[in-house]
Design a protein around this ligand. Structure first.
Ligand code: HPA
Length: 281
């Protein structure tokens, strides 16, 4: 068992790199709760459970398949993590961010992340997609805590964590695919209990449009590595106090209903980022 995050990254990257046999993923995609649909379209050069990758812990939560899949998606080499670890599972945030560091080690320089989130903005309906414009880290945890990892910077700038050009690519892909999208601020909390109505009112005042329990550790690690990031939240439910009591099954059901929209958005995005305009940076 690797003893440090850097060892885990090295072991995972070595193992996956050998299986990829010289393929370099252009993009890494971390797909959240029930949002792993695009992975099924990959002509898989590699398809492994997290537990089969050296350094990776197994995924535990229902709806989190926890698979690493690599190969061409509509002709573009991608590395997909279908499912993720969460800090609430008791993992060190460095483990949660491991996929990002491994993707970087394998050559990916663009990260797309998706998640399920509760809608704080009053107009949100379950099934809506929100491009993440910015985030608020209320997990009080950081994957960079500890020694500086290889290729990372100690104090990464977070003034533009979500890349403006990639957000434009998401908007364009959404328009092409006739998938409605909005933009907003994602607040990350530790969980796993859902929020109270008072906490939601607080988050609303802080400027959050949606709330969830993931994504931020991965985005911080990506920025420390200089990767460009795009993110989308699927609003699965009105946040606590704004609708009926919350249940994880509803989150999964909303993911299943929105699967087609997410699929079309992700495919359009990948094609654009890998196309001539996306390749210029
Ligand atoms: N709160 C936190 N995380 C979530 C929610 C929520 O309402 N819905 C889906 N993930």
């Amino acid at each position: 068992m690797p003893v440090s995050a850097a060892d885990a990254v090295g072991a995972a990257a070595e193992s996956l790199g050998a299986k990829l046999g010289g393929r370099t993923p252009r993009l890494a995609l971390i797909l959240g709760s029930g949002l792993g649909g695009p992975a099924a379209r990959i002509t898989a050069a590699l398809d492994l459970a997290f537990a089969e990758v050296p350094g990776f812990p197994p995924a535990g939560i229902r709806g989190h398949a926890g698979r690493v899949i690599a190969g061409p998606l509509d002709g573009v080499e991608v590395l997909v993590f279908a499912g993720r670890r969460h800090v609430y599972e008791g993992d060190d945030p460095a483990i949660v961010a491991l996929p990002v560091r491994v993707a970087h080690a394998l050559g990916a320089r663009v990260l797309f992340v998706s998640n399920a989130a509760g809608g704080i903005r009053r107009s949100f309906q379950p099934g809506e997609l929100m491009i993440i414009r910015d985030h608020i880290n209320l997990m009080w945890r950081n994957p960079l805590h500890g020694p500086v990892a290889p290729h990372e910077t100690r104090f990464p700038d977070m003034s533009a964590p979500y890349d403006a050009d990639l957000a434009a690519a998401l908007r364009a892909a959404a328009a092409d695919a006739r998938v409605p999208v909005t933009e907003g601020v994602y607040a990350a909390v530790l969980g796993p209990s859902y929020e109270t109505p008072a906490e939601i009112r607080m988050l609303e005042r802080l400027g959050a449009d949606a709330v969830g329990m993931s994504t931020v550790p991965e985005v911080i690690a990506a920025r420390a590595l200089g990767m460009r990031v795009a993110g989308v939240s699927l609003i699965t439910n009105p946040a606590a106090g704004l609708g009926p009591p919350l249940h994880h099954d509803e989150v999964l059901a909303a993911g299943a209903r929105a699967a087609d929209h997410v699929d079309r958005l992700v495919r359009g995005f990948v094609a654009r980022v890998a196309g001539p305009a996306g390749a210029s940076r």
